[in-house]
Ligand binder design. Structure first.
Ligand code: PLP
Length: 284
């Protein structure tokens, strides 16, 4: 496959990044994952806007303009003949000539950038028929989860714990309330009302979340943005998670408690249908 690394399109096996790259040494990097349906980008603007915000919160200077970024995304889709899947983008604080906690001067050390594509079935997904099981885990990530950084060791650890327990994912819990999943936003549905944690520094501001809530409101569904506990979730009628490459995925079991009927709920299904249809139409 063809990847993009610091200005060049090269075969993945020929791509090189410095050992001093701060993304590699310190997870001093931000990223985005944009999904692709029918060779088109889903919500590119949403991802580009969040990327700019992540960089600005960390005082990173983008090595490319957002127009360049769109062109690189399109080039990679074309060069890899990608129909359905996603594009991973990472911007790092670059590679100074030594390892130092102090950030290098952005005029001297430019940020590094890599992108690659991956194929994944997004629209026809078996998860939708079955739903996933999740377990709860303490949320011990750092306090700026609104910045999409590559510090993913704890989410990765949590997902491994879930896997060992026979579940697909973990819902992270802080001060008694669910924050989010390891790589998705978390929702429950009770008496027709969709409940999801409000935005803040403690969760990622999901691009899919924003679209799902907009579609829910347009469809006259009730939405409450507030924290909820695992106990409340276990007693809910439905639960689901959203992410760019998962769309809306039903959750049918939390820490061994069956949610609703144990089958994907009707609101989760309906939201997934609306999301898939609208985002496919709006893809660029
Ligand atoms: N929360 C976390 C921690 C994530 O890593 C992700 C996506 O990777 C999300 C939520 C969902 O965000 P989005 O809908 O923008 O993919």
């Amino acid at each position: 496959q063809i990847v993009y690394v610091n200005g060049d399109y090269v075969a993945a096996e020929d791509a090189k990044v410095s050992v001093f790259d701060r993304g590699f040494l310190m997870a001093d990097a931000v990223y985005e994952v944009t999904s692709v349906i029918g060779g088109k980008l889903v919500d590119f603007d949403g991802h580009a806007t969040r990327l700019q915000r992540s960089m600005s919160e960390l005082e990173m200077v983008s090595p490319v303009t957002m127009e360049d970024l769109l062109e690189i995304h399109r080039q990679l889709v074309a060069r890899n003949d990608l129909d359905e899947g996603g594009i991973y983008l990472q911007i790092t604080r670059g590679a100074p000539d030594s390892r130092d906690f102090v950030w290098p001067d952005p005029d001297e050390v430019k940020c590094g950038i890599v992108l690659f594509t991956f194929e994944k079935a997004l629209v026809d997904s078996k998860v939708m028929d079955d739903g996933i099981k999740v377990i709860s885990m303490d949320d011990i990530r750092w306090g700026r989860r609104d910045i999409k950084t590559t510090q993913l060791l704890y989410p990765s650890f949590a997902k491994m714990q879930a896997k060992k327990a026979g579940a697909a994912d973990a819902w992270l819990v802080e001060d008694g309330f669910v924050t989010e999943g390891t790589a998705n936003n978390a929702y429950i549905v009770k008496d027709g009302t969709i409940i999801t944690r409000q935005l803040g520094n403690d969760i990622l501001h999901g691009i899919t979340r924003a679209a799902i809530l907009r579609f829910a409101k347009e469809a006259q569904m009730q939405v409450e943005e507030r924290p909820f506990t695992i106990e409340e979730a276990q007693a809910a009628d439905e639960a689901f998670v959203t992410s760019a490459t998962g769309f809306a995925q039903p959750v049918i079991d939390i820490d061994g408690a069956t949610i609703g009927t144990g089958k994907p709920g009707s609101i989760s299904k309906r939201l997934r249908e609306i999301y898939t249809e609208e985002m496919t139409k709006a893809a660029i």
